[in-house]
Design a protein. Sequence first.
Length: 202
Amino acid sequence: MAEAIQPLGRTTFGNAANKGNVLNSEEALELLNSWVENERLRLHMKQVAAVMKAWALEKEAADEAEAHQWWLAGLLHDADWEKYPTEHCRIIIEELEQRQLDPSIIQCIASHGPRHFGVAPQSTMDKMIYVFDELSGFIHAAALIRPTRYDGMDVKSILKKLKTPSFAAQVSRVGINDAISRIDTSLEDIIQFIIDNQKDVA
């Protein structure tokens, strides 16, 4: 993310009265497609969404309604990045507040880059989007340079690339380590989970 991104200047988002309000899948994808033209960025957002939903279902015993909220946060977290890079996060948050979405979804989106936005992840959903965001993109970058893409990719190769500063240099290793330090799951297990759950997203 660019250094020009401004902190959000607040730490609470949405209105508690809107708890349970969501966009359905069609509405969310329409918003994504209308706001984001870059296909690679769209894919990143869809991959983070898929990993978020899978984690909610498999690790948090979420029901489908709760897992959909995780999916929405992942799908829309970078929706304003392409058109409004210096106001990243602020614009999509304001849009979702106007649409009266559940505040936990908006709070989660605000939490995906605490060093940039000044919002510390609080809930498990907040922490996991922070964990998955940079690593998802990093792992996809690694897949793109492999002839077999995700097929046969292992955790060891990703760990090696994380220790290679010149590879995907824009990805903050400091941010990744900080995100992992906030949860009780190892980096190795997170990498494997991402590989398993984003490899088939198109």
